[in-house]
Design a protein around this ligand. Structure first.
Ligand SMILES: Nc1ncnc2c1ncn2[C@@H]1O[C@H](COP(=O)(O)OP(=O)(O)O)[C@@H](O)[C@H]1O
Ligand SMILES: O=C(CO)[C@@H](O)[C@H](O)COP(=O)(O)O
Length: 500
């Protein structure tokens, strides 16, 4: 496949990334088109799927402009999980998508649990509890709150599957994203008629499920004209952004774990079986590799919380890498524990471990002696502590990784790498590629095009591990008191700092 390039797309919350990857794994070009998030009410979060599509076109066109002669042989797509695209019979978007971090469906979650006959049933049917972020409660919300829109509903898609639909005309998904809908049984790899019948949602609303590295469509003439891709280019199933992010740092087999900072933060550990957290605090989903699942804890605001802080309280610093470094330096000027200041990053509610869409953020412990540097450190520590809750759950479930691969925003800064190592008490590492989910999607495209026999081979041929910080027992212990303060804060503030 000399000269072949694989296009990886990632429909993130903050933007649509497109990259071109060579067969040896080198990234030949990359483009990012930013997106905005609409929060019409506190706790709500929406985006227009057509804005994703326009951003996708812009990113691909930018790559095309940079490399007009590129021979793009296949496309893989990754995307934010759970977000609901509602399409009518003509394939047009009915209303903005309710996103993975939208918390408006608490009532619908209670209804799903009641109609299923309790959480034990949900565990048996779909291996996960009803959480506001998942897709099914959003379908029920539409049915109850916008019945006219629901009457026109013909198909429910996920973000990256909508982009595939616009690229190829094919309505399809694959197991890693289907897992996050609460309508799919990740253990038995099929839509769950049990849950669909219990809540009265027709199976016909859902697309067929193919494989993550299987070709599920080809670029249409219309999409070719808009994007500059060749008509007929194969598009593979792709995967959920967290699964593709793990694949993008080479974590495709059990025994390893990844900590990721996107808008959300996640800690993910692959498993050889669909293990379920008895407390249902971590999610059980399919990986992009057949026969592999993962357990994942989700922090709803990770880079999202840091970006909010940056925009609201450090606005004089632009969003460049230099500004991030300035904020890191500010945080580094204060000792571990931020001299008593604690930050709860629950700006958009929290999933793991609290499962509370109405939770809210807080700064606590302020005195006249504190400066913005303390707040900056507290925000970064707060995000790491929230992720540590997920690390602790995975450890409690017997998945005790010896180290964590870092990806996303938290991998980009030496300060954040060290902070995570010390807070988690585990060695951390990175890989020689920084493109995260888009990279995993490009590898799926390469496997789909036959460049590699499977993802394990693709990862072996393209990625190199870079060992990072190893914390000393004392550097980990330096956070004991601050972490204990963090743990005590949510129960203390519940009902005071909540949305309800
Ligand atoms: N040095 C850094 N420190 C903290 N956060 C960062 C840094 N660099 C980038 N980020 C943030 O990390 C996130 C990673 O981006 P990405 O994985 O593309 O997010 P998403 O998928 O949510 O759009 C972005 O929100 C970005 O602002
Ligand atoms: O809801 C989840 C995982 O369950 C989120 O992790 C989304 O998948 C969004 O990812 P980012 O935009 O933060 O990358």
């Amino acid at each position: 496949m000399a000269g072949a390039l694989f296009l990886g797309l990632d429909v993130g919350t903050s933007g649509v990334k497109a990259i071109l990857v060579r067969e040896d794994g080198e990234v030949a070009a990359s483009a990012l088109t930013p997106l905005t998030l609409s929060t019409p009410q506190p706790g709500w979060a929406e985006q227009d799927p057509d804005a994703w599509w326009q951003a996708t076109i812009a990113s691909i066109r930018q790559l095309r402009a940079e490399m007009p002669d590129a021979r793009i042989v296949s496309v893989g797509i990754s995307g934010q999980m759970h977000s609901s695209v509602f399409l009518d019979r003509a394939g047009e978007v009915i209303r903005p998508a309710l996103l993975w971090c939208d918390g408006r469906t608490t009532e619908q979650c209670a209804e799903i649990t009641r109609r299923a006959g309790g959480e034990d049933r949900l565990r048996d049917w779909v291996r996960n509890p009803a959480l506001e972020g998942f897709t099914l409660p959003k379908v029920l919300w539409l049915r109850q709150r916008e019945p006219e829109a629901y009457s026109r509903l013909a198909t429910v898609l996920l973000a990256k599957d909508f982009i595939r639909y616009r690229l190829t005309g094919a309505l399809a998904t694959e197991p890693s994203d289907a897992s996050g809908t609460l309508m799919y049984d990740p253990a038995n790899l099929r839509w769950s008629d049990d849950i669909l019948n219990a809540v009265g949602v027709p199976r016909a609303l859902l697309p067929e499920v193919g494989g993550s590295s299987e070709v599920l469509g080809t670029v249409t003439a219309d999409a070719a004209r808009l994007t500059g891709l060749d008509a007929g280019t194969p598009v593979v199933g792709g995967g959920a952004d967290n699964a593709c992010g793990a694949a993008g740092v080479g974590v495709v087999t059990p025994g390893e774990a990844v900590a990721s900072w996107g808008t959300s933060g996640t800690v993910l550990a692959p498993t050889a079986q669909p293990l379920v957290d008895p407390g249902l605090r971590a999610h059980t989903f399919c990986h992009v590799v057949p026969g592999v699942w993962y357990l994942m804890g989700v922090v709803l605001s990770a880079a999202g919380a840091f970006n909010w802080y940056h925009q609201q309280l450090a606005r004089e610093l632009d969003e460049s890498g230099a500004s991030r470094r300035a904020l890191d330096a500010e945080a580094a000027s204060v000792p571990p524990g931020a001299e008593g200041v604690t930050f709860l990053p629950y700006l958009q509610g929290e999933r793991t471990p609290h499962r509370d869409a109405s939770a809210r953020g807080a700064f606590v412990g302020l005195s006249l002696a504190h400066t913005r540097a303390h707040l900056t450190r507290a925000v970064l520590e707060g995000v790491c502590f929230a992720l540590r809750d997920s690390v602790a759950i995975l450890q409690e479930l017997g998945l005790s990784p010896h180290s964590l691969l870092l990806t996303g925003g938290g991998a980009k800064s030496p300060f954040l790498q060290r902070l995570q190592a010390e807070v988690f008490g585990l060695p951390v590492g990175t890989v020689n590629r920084e493109e995260g989910p888009a990279y995993g999607a490009a590898l799926l495209a390469a496997v789909g095009a036959g460049a590699f026999p499977d993802m394990a081979a693709a990862v072996r041929s393209t990625l190199t591990r870079i060992p990072g910080d190893t914390p000393s027992p004392s550097s980990h212990a330096a956070y004991d008191e601050a972490y204990a303060r963090f743990r005590a804060l949510y129960p203390a503030l519940k009902g005071v700092a909540g949305a309800n």
